[in-house]
Design a protein around this ligand. Structure first.
Ligand SMILES: [Zn+2]
Length: 378
């Protein structure tokens, strides 16, 4: 598609160029035949894959009309998309330097130039261009996002925070993450007071953040306060149901051999009973094993096989543990068979090649998009 657009460029150029010429002609009351030999030469260079020579000619255009400016922008963007960043830079730099652009053309050209610098890996120059846009055109919201990406890439969290605060709306979650990044670094460097300060700012930016709780726990650990760490970890886990899988190895590492381990087991057991979750189940098994509740492993697994949310992962982990515990096969075989049957039922065997709808049985027509003969086996 891009290639086709690229080939259409000469046409776009022609209309832009021609419009400019017509207006000139009206102003000067002179009759000049269009298109000019200059322009034809430029097109020829472009078609002969000699874009630099084409650019030499195009960039000499005496007057920039709105259409010509748009075409230049487009041409530069296409060069950038093709990975020819130097050519993109040449076009957009030329455009920005022209005195005859209107306000919105200049902003668009500067934005494109910033993106060229970013694509070229010249982050400091990209930063300067985007900042200039924000300073000169405070209403232009388009420069804030790429500028934020640059600060994130440079891990310049202070500037990211300042920019997000300026942008205002719906940036609080990001601001909390930026403060958390800083706090994490301070914990690593054992600058605990500064870590604490940043976590407080993160919390006031976005009180619902589970990450702030996790880092408060890590900070408490750095201060050897296992009790406070336990409470913060628990708060984090209660805020974010996706966290157990991520936090479990860390919790086992911290609390292995400590009295709180049994409390963690009860915590996860309670949560699994409230809401049986396939991601939580392996964590529950790990804590049962680590906290010497091994007698509870077999009943837990039996119940999971019979009625729990079985997945390939929970079955594999369960069988591994049953084997380690030397549980005889025949005691869990009926439950396992039940669980595998449910798993097989849930596993779709066919899928519509058109819309992606999944189904158990082969159908002549997809029930979702109604297309004939679109169903393929999964
Ligand atoms: Zn379909």
């Amino acid at each position: 598609m891009q290639e086709i657009l690229f080939l259409l460029l000469p046409l776009a150029f022609y209309s832009g160029w021609n419009a400019a010429r017509k207006r000139n002609r009206q102003q000067q009351q002179t009759q000049t035949p269009a298109p000019s030999p200059q322009f034809v030469r430029g097109i020829n260079f472009l078609l002969n894959e000699e874009p630099d020579k084409a650019l030499d000619i195009f960039l000499q255009a005496p007057v920039i009309e709105s259409q010509t400016a748009e075409t230049f922008l487009l041409l530069g963007n296409m060069f950038r998309n093709r990975g020819e960043v130097n050519r993109a830079l040449r076009v957009h730099q030329h455009l920005v330097a022209r005195p005859d652009l209107n306000n919105s053309q200049r902003q668009a050209a500067m934005l494109a130039l910033g993106e060229d610098f970013f694509a070229a890996g010249m982050l400091d120059r990209a930063e300067n261009v985007f900042r200039e846009i924000i300073e000169h055109y405070p209403d232009n919201a388009q420069a804030a996002e790429p500028l934020l990406h640059i600060y994130e890439q440079l891990q310049d969290w202070d500037k990211a925070i300042a920019l997000s605060e300026r942008a205002g709306q719906d940036k609080n979650r990001f601001i909390a993450h930026y403060y958390c990044e800083k706090a994490e670094a301070y914990i690593q460097e054992n600058q605990l007071y500064k870590a604490d300060e940043n976590l407080k700012k993160a919390h006031s930016a976005y009180a619902a953040s589970a990450r702030v709780k996790v880092l408060q726990a890590e900070l408490a650990l750095a201060r050897h306060d296992y009790g406070a760490a336990f409470n913060h970890f628990r708060a984090a886990l209660e805020k974010d149901p996706r966290l157990p899988g991520r936090l479990a190895p860390r919790l086992l590492e911290i609390y292995g051999g400590r009295p709180e381990l049994a409390q963690w087991y009860l915590f996860f057991k309670h949560h699994y009973e409230l809401k049986p979750d396939a991601h939580l189940f392996p964590v529950l098994l790990d804590f049962a094993q680590a906290s010497a509740h091994t007698a509870e492993l077999e009943p837990l697994i039996q119940a999971h096989f019979s009625a729990g949310p079985v997945t390939l992962q929970t079955v594999a982990r369960s069988l591994q543990l049953l084997q380690q515990q030397a549980v005889p096969t025949e005691t869990f075989m009926p439950a396992l068979s039940q669980g595998l049957n449910r798993l097989a039922q849930a596993d779709s065997r066919f899928q519509c090649g058109q819309c992606g709808y999944k189904m158990q049985d082969y159908l002549w027509r997809c029930p979702a998009c109604q297309r004939w003969d679109s169903v393929v086996s999964n």
